[in-house]
Design a protein around this ligand. Sequence first.
Ligand SMILES: *[C@@H]1O[C@H](CO)[C@@H](O)[C@H](O)[C@H]1NC(C)=O
Ligand SMILES: *[C@@H]1O[C@H](CO)[C@@H](O)[C@H](O)[C@H]1NC(C)=O
Ligand SMILES: *[C@@H]1O[C@H](CO)[C@@H](O)[C@H](O)[C@H]1NC(C)=O
Ligand SMILES: *[C@@H]1O[C@H](CO)[C@@H](O)[C@H](O)[C@H]1NC(C)=O
Length: 411
Amino acid sequence: MVSKMISSKFQVTSFRGYLISFFLTSLIFSLFYMSAFFKTFNNVTTLWSSKPLVIPEPSYPVRFAYLISASKGDVVKLKRTVLALYHPGNYYLIHMDSEASEEEHSEIAEFVPSYDVFEQMENVWVVDKPNLVTYRGPTMLSATLHAMSILLRKASEWDWFINLSASDYPLVTQDDLILAFSDLPRDLNFVQHSSNLGWKVNKRANPVMIDPGLYSLNKSEIMWADKQRPVPTAFKLYTGSAWTVLSRSFAEYCIVGWENLPRTLLMYYTNFVSSPEGYFQTVICNSEEYRNTTVNHDLHYIAWDYPPKQHPRLLGFRDYRKMILSHRPFARKFKQDHGVLDRIDRDLLSRQNGEFTTGGWCYKRDNSTESCSGLQREKFGLLRPGTGARRLRSLLRKTLYTDDFETRQCK
Ligand SMILES: *[C@@H]1O[C@H](CO)[C@@H](O)[C@H](O)[C@H]1NC(C)=O
Ligand SMILES: *[C@@H]1O[C@H](CO)[C@@H](O)[C@H](O)[C@H]1NC(C)=O
Ligand SMILES: *[C@@H]1O[C@H](CO)[C@@H](O)[C@H](O)[C@H]1NC(C)=O
Ligand SMILES: *[C@@H]1O[C@H](CO)[C@@H](O)[C@H](O)[C@H]1NC(C)=O
């Protein structure tokens, strides 16, 4: 643990040096891609580089651990999102909350063994004691922390934890994501945040509430206390997006809690409405050790109505162009089997229904370039990134390589 802490400090202090090398490697990669682009320029939809990129040992440069949460009525969406996100180098934990029916739980329990590659790689799991989750309540946060601890315990190699729901969908392939993240310092945490609470002082920080999901068998609405509480003075409150990409080191910090901060804040947030939008923000920005690792971005494309309603707008064809131009790797939320998902599958993921997003790892039926049907052992470790890697790299470069990078941290 100590050596881990020292090495994370070292990485933070050498951040500027890293930025320069990041810029240089990006330049080299863009040259590498360009040759592939020009060849296939008229076929704008699938710009595959002609030669797969070979990673020396049979492994991947970075690995992701996903939590994919779902509730009643989400089974179809959940399966599709899992297949679109699947990659043999990553880890996947599925959480169906306790509101989902028996049939839905068993449908997901049967879904996992039905794919050979899930069995071969043993990297897809289902939380076997589902949690009761109250929307906006701390039970949602505890389900996320539960998942982080399962993933830390079950898999020792992952680099980043990503929290998604069945209504999310990727806009890049996993090969793209792996390549784009491969030269980032492993201790970066993508946590969109701000200390400018605005209306949230009145609506979030002052009210005190209780989530009956913590002690009741049945789901019910959160309860509000009559009294209000003042804004904390022992730490500074932050708020932001509930969608985060967290480093393994920060996940350990939150779960193991060798400082008391993650623990006391968890207790504080027990009575805070919409705690998933503030907990990780407040922990990371009040931690001397981790605040410099914060990247103020949530990597999600989310569209809100004007004025914003409680839930984001459902995405459709009219959002497609903006989604791509945003260069973000994930988007939400989508209606089950909406046509725009078919378009994303075809044009961005090279995925056919019922199969996996394409990648360097897989067996392709009839030598087609489309879709992955299963794992081809000798291809494990190969990356075949597409245009998504270039889009994502450009977003990461823009976010990390700016003069105001540090001034945007925890302000
Ligand atoms: C919880 O819900 C079940 C089924 O809806 C019902 O049978 C049971 O009485 C409820 N329990 C309580 C304590 O309300
Ligand atoms: C994690 O994902 C769920 C979606 O299922 C989301 O609602 C929640 O707020 C996210 N974040 C945290 C910190 O739990
Ligand atoms: C974080 O950055 C600040 C300002 O650049 C610096 O003073 C501080 O020592 C850094 N903290 C760590 C733990 O590296
Ligand atoms: C696939 O390609 C290989 C060589 O590239 C060839 O030998 C084989 O016959 C092809 N299979 C099909 C089904 O086209």
